[in-house]
Design a protein around this ligand. Structure first.
Ligand SMILES: Cc1cc2nc3c(=O)[nH]c(=O)nc-3n(C[C@H](O)[C@H](O)[C@H](O)COP(=O)(O)OP(=O)(O)OC[C@H]3O[C@@H](n4cnc5c(N)ncnc54)[C@H](O)[C@@H]3O)c2cc1C
Length: 417
C-alpha cells in the first residue's frame, strides 16, 4: 500500500475502504538473523536500516507493549542539530539530514516541520556561549543565526520583554530545527520495516538473554524462546533492567521527564522556543495545542508519570517567559522514562558478549536522534564497525574516563543533564 495525494483523494471519494493495516501481526519464528529488543523509535529505525541499507530481512523487533507506547510517543517532538561538542555534533547533523529526506524515504507523512528553533539568552556570558555554539554549528555544516533583542522581538513578539526578572538579550536561531509528529515517526518506521520483511512482535516482553561461552544465542520472551545470531538492546529507560539480563551493569540512571499540552488554540507560536534562564521549551502542535516541558523530576524512577512540584516549576517558567500562556488551559500531562548517562551523551556499541549490541543513554534528547541512531546501530550490527558519526558513543568511556562527551558541562550528575 503506497501513499500518495491521488490515493488519499481516491479513498476519500470511495468510502476509505481500500486502506490496509500498516503492518502485519506475525507469529514469532524460532530463529532470526537479528533480534532488536524494544519497539521504540530507535529499535524500529535500526530494523528499518538493517533491512534497507544492509539487505537483511530475517529480523524481529520485540516490543513488550505496543508500538509507540514508550518515549517515542511521549516526547515534546523537538528535532534539531545544534550540538556543540565533536562526537555529538556530527552525529546529530547526520540525523537531521536523514530527517530532511525521511518522509520521501518512508513514504509516510511524519509531519516534519522545520519551523526554526530559538534558544534565548539572558546575559553577556550566555551570549558568548551561544556565539561559540553557533560557530560550531556552522563549522559542522548546519545553520545558526545570532539574533539581538530586537531580532528576537520580530520573531517572538508575545514574549515578555518589559520589566522582567530575566531580560532577553537575544537568541540563537537554528532555522532547520523544528518538530515532527512523534507517533507518526514510530508508525512510519514500523511500516517501512514491515514492508521490507521485518517481523514486529508486540506484547512480546524479553525476560532473559541466553548466553553460552560469552556468545549471545537468543532471548526468552513471554511469547516463547527465540534464537538469534545478533541481538540489540534498544530499550531506552528500561536499558538497565534488560542489560542486567546479560549480566551487565550500565552507567545509566532512569529518571522521569514530564510534558504538558494545552487545549487547541489558533496559531500563535510558530517556532520552537527555549528559555535560557529556566529549563522550559515550547512549540505549538498542528492541532493547536501548546506542547511544553522542562526539567527531569530529579529522582530516579521507572514510573511513566510525574509529580506536581515539577509541574508547578514548568508552569512558572512558562509564565515568566510568556505571561499570555496563563490564559490557556492545560489538558493533559504525562511522563516518560529517560535513560540518563553521566556525561549526557548516548551509547551505541558492542558489548563484551559476542553478538550482543547496545543502544541507549539518549537522556531526554533521543527523539531527534531516531534516524541517526538506527542508521549507526544497523551499520555496527551489519559490519562490526562503528559508523564514523557514532564512533565516540563508546560504552567503555565511563570505565576509562577517556572520550567523555560532556555536552551540558554538568559533570557526572545524571539528574543535572
Ligand atoms: C516528556 C518527554 C519529552 C521529550 N522531548 C524530547 C524532544 O523534544 N526531543 C528529543 O529529541 N527527545 C525528547 N525526548 C526523549 C526521547 O523521547 C527519547 O530519548 C527516545 O524516544 C528514546 O528512544 P526510543 O524511542 O527508542 O524509546 P522508547 O519509545 O521508550 O522505546 C523503548 C521500548 O522498549 C520497550 N521495552 C522495554 N523493556 C522491554 C523488554 N524487556 N522487552 C521488550 N521491549 C521492552 C518499551 O516498551 C519501549 O517501547 C523526550 C522524552 C520525554 C519522555
Amino acid at each position: 500500500m503506497k501513499f500518495s495525494g491521488l490515493r488519499v483523494l481516491k479513498e476519500g471519494l470511495t468510502g476509505n475502504n481500500g486502506w490496509a493495516p500498516h503492518w502485519r501481526d506475525p507469529e514469532p519464528k524460532a530463529e532470526y538473523d537479528a533480534v532488536i529488543i524494544g519497539g521504540g523509535g530507535h529499535g524500529l529505525s535500526t530494523a528499518y536500516y538493517l533491512a534497507k541499507n544492509h539487505g537483511m530481512s530475517n529480523i524481529a523487533v520485540l516490543e513488550k507493549g505496543y508500538i509507540g507506547g514508550g518515549n517515542v510517543g511521549r516526547n515534546t517532538t523537538i528535532v534539531r542539530a545544534n550540538y556543540f561538542l565533536p562526537g555529538n555534533s556530527e552525529f546529530y547533523s547526520h540525523s537531521l539530514r536523514l530527517w530532511e529526506g525521511l518522509e520521501e524515504d518512508l513514504n509516510y507523512n511524519v509531519m516534519h516541520s522545520q519551523r526554526g528553533l530559538i534558544n534565548l539568552f539572558h546575559s553577556d556570558g550566555q551570549r558568548d556561549a551561544f556565539v561559540r555554539r553557533g560557530n560550531a554549528m556552522i563549522n559542522q555544516g548546519d545553520d545558526a543565526i545570532l539574533l539581538d533583542r530586537e531580532g528576537v522581538r520580530k520573531h517572538l513578539p508575545y514574549l515578555d520583554f518589559e520589566n522582567v526578572r530575566f531580560p532577553i538579550y537575544g537568541g540563537l536561531l537554528h532555522p532547520r530545527g523544528g518538530t515532527a509528529r512523534h507517533d507518526a515517526v514510530a508508525w512510519g518506521f514500523a511500516r517501512g520495516a514491515d514492508r521490507r520483511g521485518v517481523d514486529l512482535l508486540q506484547n512480546c516482553e524479553v525476560t532473559g538473554i541466553d548466553i553460552e561461552n560469552g556468545v549471545a544465542k537468543g532471548v526468552q520472551t513471554t511469547r516463547g524462546a527465540i534464537k538469534a545470531k545478533k541481538i540489540a538492546i534498544v530499550t531506552a529507560g528500561r536499558s538497565g533492567q534488560v542489560a542486567a539480563m546479560a549480566g551487565m551493569r550500565l552507567p545509566i540512571e532512569s529518571h522521569i521527564l514530564q510534558a504538558f499540552v494545552t487545549e487547541g488554540l489558533k496559531p500563535c507560536i510558530d517556532h520552537v522556543v527555549s528559555f535560557g534562564m529556566g529549563h522550559f521549551y515550547i512549540s505549538q502542535s498542528d492541532k493547536g495545542g501548546l506542547v511544553f516541558g522542562g526539567d527531569l523530576d530529579f529522582y530516579a524512577s521507572y514510573a511513566q508519570r510525574g509529580n506536581l512540584p515539577m509541574a508547578e516549576h514548568v508552569m512558572e517558567a512558562g509564565m515568566t517567559l510568556m505571561p499570555m500562556i496563563g490564559k490557556a488551559k492545560v489538558l493533559r500531562s504525562w511522563g516518560g522514562i529517560m535513560d540518563m548517562t553521566p556525561d549526557g551523551s548516548p551509547i551505541i556499541d558492542k558489548t563484551d558478549t559476542q553478538g550482543l549490541f547496545i543502544d541507549c543513554g539518549w537522556c531526554y534528547g533521543g527523539f531527534k536522534a531516531v534516524p541517526g541512531s538506527g542508521y549507526a546501530l544497523a551499520h555496527l550490527m551489519a559490519t562490526g564497525q562503528s559508523r564514523e558519526t557514532a564512533a565516540g558513543f563508546r560504552l567503555d568511556r565511563f570505565r576509562t574516563g577517556r572520550g567523555l562527551i560532556d555536552e551540558e558541562g554538568t559533570g557526572s550528575q545524571h539528574n543535572l543533564h
